[in-house]
Design a protein around this ligand. Sequence first.
Ligand code: FES
Ligand code: FES
Length: 180
Amino acid sequence: MPITVNGHAAVPPDDPRVSLLDYLREHLHLHGSKKGCNQGACGACTVLVDGERILSCLALAVQCDGREVTTVEGLANGGQLHPLQAAFVEHDGFQCGYCTPGQLCSAIGMIAEVERGVPSHVTADLTGDVRLTHDELRERMSGNLCRCGAYNGIVDAIAETYAQNRAVAPDVADTRKVAA
Ligand code: FES
Ligand code: FES
């Protein structure tokens, strides 16, 4: 079956050993997803598969047969940036930009996890709705490293973008607390 990448059908690789990251970058020439560590430690390669964030360096392309893959190239709507992309620009959520595609895809997948009620390591109450507090946000994004240290801008951008989300705690957009 074809793999759908950013809304377009793509032929899976003949070689079943090809990682999803190499497939995207080397076969489809989508260079937005970055190869940092290539061993699951940095998050630079994060993409969405059927709406869930995964590390594409640790996945095989053939595992995505019949599934929908979204990379950073698929986030904008035509010439209009995804709201989270615009917030990254507004809040200086990047410097060199190497980690940014992974940060963006990871944050979008992370919000969906919160909405589904998936707990994290710091979720204290496992019996109620999960709320995206400051600690939850930072914990849930901790798999995406930024060598430039743009973390405060990244967190601000995510917090502002999803501040109206029902799963987001009311004070999460208080950037002074986030940056503390
Ligand atoms: Fe995949 Fe670092 S390149 S986690
Ligand atoms: Fe440079 Fe994150 S902006 S690594």
